[in-house]
Write a protein that binds this ligand. Structure first.
Ligand code: GAR
Length: 212
């Protein structure tokens, strides 16, 4: 069972599960950070995708990390989908869940099982351009349409409010006049997401290992 005050982490590294849906560049940033020793208090032991054939699954395989696919449609109901996720997380004694491009909103009853033990990367400076409907490229389209001059990325805890949990880290990124959503997305990933997600992951793992 995850939770404050130890559990599976005591004495060793925090056991991390990464939830993905797509290309998995943030998963790759986490794997690379682990290889470089930026993440040293935790270990990625499980990757779960809610999309069959997501490229993130190949990244996990290449890194020798156990990977599972759980499909909402196959599960039948949201409740059954989340129960399957919970089973996998329990079986693998997961201490920290990292949502890295996971495009599914988890219910309040799921998130309540893991207080301060689920984090998410969002590609804007929350509270701008976040919440239901703001994901992936749409976030950057909205930022460009609004005309903001600065955007960025946020790592936050996940609770029952989409993108509404306590903020852990943010990094600002400049918007240029010539930006397209795709160009901006890449800059936000390179200059913010791939940096702050591993940093925040290490910080939380370090707290878990210390038993905070
Ligand atoms: C990333 O930009 C991530 O911040 C975003 O989707 C992309 C996934 O890319 N997540 C959200 O919009 C969540 N609301 P990746 O699969 O290459 O990491």
């Amino acid at each position: 069972m995850l939770g404050k005050g130890g559990g599976a982490a005591s004495g060793g590294k925090a056991r991390i599960a990464v939830l993905v849906s797509g290309g998995g560049t943030n998963l790759q940033a986490l794997i690379d950070a682990q290889d470089k020793g930026i993440i040293k208090s935790g270990e990625i032991v499980l990757v779960i995708s809610n999309k069959a054939g997501a490229y993130a699954l190949e990244r996990a395989a290449k890194a020798g990390i156990k990977a599972e696919t759980v499909l909402r449609k196959e599960a039948g109901t949201q409740e059954a989908f989340e129960e399957r996720l919970h089973e996998l997380l329990s079986e693998n004694r997961i201490d920290l869940i990292v949502m890295a491009g996971f495009m599914s909103i988890l219910s309040g009853s799921f998130t309540a099982r893991y207080p301060d033990r689920i984090i998410n990367i969002h590609p804007s400076l929350i509270p701008s351009f976040c919440g239901k409907g703001f994901y992936g490229l749409h976030v950057h389209e909205a930022a460009l349409e609004y005309g903001v001059k600065v955007t960025g990325a946020t790592v936050h805890f996940v609770n029952e409010i989409p993108d509404g949990g306590r903020i852990i880290k943010q990094k600002a990124v400049e918007i240029l006049d010539c930006d397209t959503p795709e160009v901006l997305q890449k800059r936000v990933m390179e200059k913010a997401e791939w940096i702050i997600l591993p940093e925040a992951t290490e910080e939380i793992c370090e707290e878990i290992v210390r038993g905070k």
